[in-house]
Design a protein around this ligand. Sequence first.
Ligand SMILES: NC(=O)c1ccc[n+]([C@@H]2O[C@H](COP(=O)([O-])OP(=O)(O)OC[C@H]3O[C@@H](n4cnc5c(N)ncnc54)[C@H](OP(=O)(O)O)[C@@H]3O)[C@@H](O)[C@H]2O)c1
Length: 265
Amino acid sequence: MAEPWQGKRVLVTGASSGIGAAVARELARAGATVGLCARRTDLLAGVLDDCRRSVPACRSWRVDLSDTAGLAGFARRVEDELGGIDVLVNNAGLSLHGAGATMSWEDVEYLTRLNYLAPVRLTQAVLPAMLSRGAGQVLAVSSMAARLSTPGEAAYAAAKAALATFFEALAAELEGSGVGVHLVYPALVDLTPGADGDDALADTEDGTLRVPAPVLARAMLAQLEAGALELYMPRVMAGIVTHRARDVPASVSFMGELYRAGALD
Ligand SMILES: NC(=O)c1ccc[n+]([C@@H]2O[C@H](COP(=O)([O-])OP(=O)(O)OC[C@H]3O[C@@H](n4cnc5c(N)ncnc54)[C@H](OP(=O)(O)O)[C@@H]3O)[C@@H](O)[C@H]2O)c1
């Protein structure tokens, strides 16, 4: 049987916790040489130890991705020290709750920089080498908030929607180049350390179920292996997006009712 991840060099952002840590562990278990990055070095060290048990060449870097001016240099450093980047997983991100009318401008700017500008900058930095090789994959973790324009998270949802739109346009631009572009739309994810579950949870009909991060991580590896543009988690959310597109005003009103009832807190 083919071993698709053996020897692949994968940079995972936001690998110190949650989805990114789960993706890094699953990748290393599958044989990939994983580069991990985030700010919390104590947590990164723990995830790196787990990854190195499978692939000793895995490495980690401390980086603040909100410092977008430093990201081209960071990408060069990772390429040098990892020997190249075959796959970039843009996972790092942050949600801040707050009404669109009153969220501070500093928070709006920060959410935009971290959730949209940083992954775009990093992707632009790694693409030239991938395109010259005619091979590579770039993935971005967006959010169902982007597809549902979730009230109470307007700035976060908008940044994740911008990310999705950029990656969709990029996918169209890069068709036939050998470089794959991928998007992930998680709904609610169970980030409890150590939490795992059956992969069948990805196919639950219950869109409110918190899918454990490792289940999502394994689905992301399968998505990359299959070359699929989109992954909704749980998968039932794809149908909800289609349904919403048929009547956006009704969906906006419905979300407003849920918001005012406190059902989205
Ligand atoms: N959890 C959900 O239900 C859910 C749903 C939809 C989408 N998502 C998306 O999934 C992605 C992963 O989030 P998560 O749920 O796994 O939460 P998490 O455990 O808080 O992980 C976020 C990761 O991003 C990193 N990060 C945050 N700010 C950073 C910065 N300035 N520089 C570098 N790294 C930074 C964090 O590392 P440090 O703090 O160590 O820097 C951490 O590793 C995010 O993009 C999030 O928006 C999550």
